[in-house]
Design a protein around this ligand. Structure first.
Ligand SMILES: NC(=O)c1ccc[n+]([C@@H]2O[C@H](COP(=O)([O-])OP(=O)(O)OC[C@H]3O[C@@H](n4cnc5c(N)ncnc54)[C@H](OP(=O)(O)O)[C@@H]3O)[C@@H](O)[C@H]2O)c1
Length: 259
């Protein structure tokens, strides 16, 4: 499968921008989504400078109708071969120690989980009808074990991971290649708002993007980076709850507000 027509959500900065730039080359049409129009235009300009054709639209990923209309228009103009659901927000225990609260928890489910489904589901029937394509879902190592200071985020990423595993199992025979990604910390506006705990094994957004794109190119069903952090959290999830919770409470975070 040649990823010559790609849609990426959350492409205005961070990992999404790095993925776009990692894929940008002559012959590739990139479709970039996010809300910040000026930032999207700047990323599109950098992709065009690398020889890609870069289209962008400012869209809220939780707006299912607008997302479907835009994606189907892009797909009709040139069939999409790779869908990258990357847009995400994070919240958690606030710097004053207050829990994230109902609204912030729900917002993460809506953007991180529903937003990803809003990207994949409208295009899926057409992709399957033409014999497949590829999907990259950006979850997190926090999909493997809920951490006490980021319950809404952990839930949103666990849901996305499970969705991707189901999708891959369901449609592999029809030529759909689904890669579920569980990154650990990488440097971005999002991780800069997370204080304390430990940003174990943190790498640049560009290095993380390169790992994820390698996994997609190799047709791998999962990518966990770094693998040892994913293994540690998976191990934690296998312990009896009391012991697992005690160990999980040793890693505490405070999350600055800001999306
Ligand atoms: N940073 C980490 O350490 C880390 C670790 C594991 C997983 N991840 C995941 O990796 C992905 C990228 O994270 P990042 O660190 O690059 O974050 P970031 O720098 O905060 O970028 C998030 C991107 O998502 C877009 N976005 C957020 N809400 C949106 C909405 N409602 N509608 C449309 N676009 C929206 C933002 O664009 P606009 O503001 O322009 O809308 C931005 O382009 C996320 O799914 C995140 O959960 C991050």
């Amino acid at each position: 499968m040649t990823a010559d027509s790609v849609v990426i959500s959350g492409a205005s900065r961070g990992l999404g921008a790095a993925l776009a730039l990692g894929l940008a080359r002559p012959g590739v049409r990139l479709h970039l989504l996010g809300r910040d129009a000026a930032a999207l235009a700047a990323v599109a300009g950098e992709c065009a400078a690398k020889g890609a054709e870069a289209l962008w639209v400012s869209l809220e990923v939780t707006d299912a109708e607008a997302m479907a209309a835009q994606l189907l228009a892009w797909d009709a103009a040139r069939p999409l071969r790779l869908l990258v659901a990357n847009a995400g927000v994070s919240a958690g225990t606030r710097p004053d120690g207050a829990p994230e609260g109902h609204a912030a928890a729900l917002r993460q489910i809506r953007v991180n989980l529903e937003g990803a489904l809003n990207l994949v589901e409208p295009v899926l029937p057409a992709m399957l009808a033409r014999g497949g394509g590829a999907v990259l879902l950006v979850a997190s190592v926090m999909a493997f074990r809920g951490l006490p200071d980021m319950p809404g985020y952990s839930a949103s990423k666990a849901g996305l991971w499970a969705y991707g595993e189901a999708l891959r199992a369901a449609h592999a025979g029809a030529g759909l290649r689904v890669t579920v990604a569980a990154p650990g910390f990488f440097r971005s506006a999002m991780s800069a708002r997370v204080q304390g705990g430990g940003h174990f094994g943190q790498v640049s957004a560009e290095a993380m993007a390169a790992s994820l794109l390698r996994a997609v190119a190799q047709g791998r069903g999962r990518v966990v980076a770094p693998w040892w952090l994913g293994a540690a959290l998976r191990g934690l999830a296998l312990l009896p709850p009391g012991l697992g919770d005690r160990l999980a409470r040793r890693v505490r975070y405070r999350v600055m507000p800001g999306g």
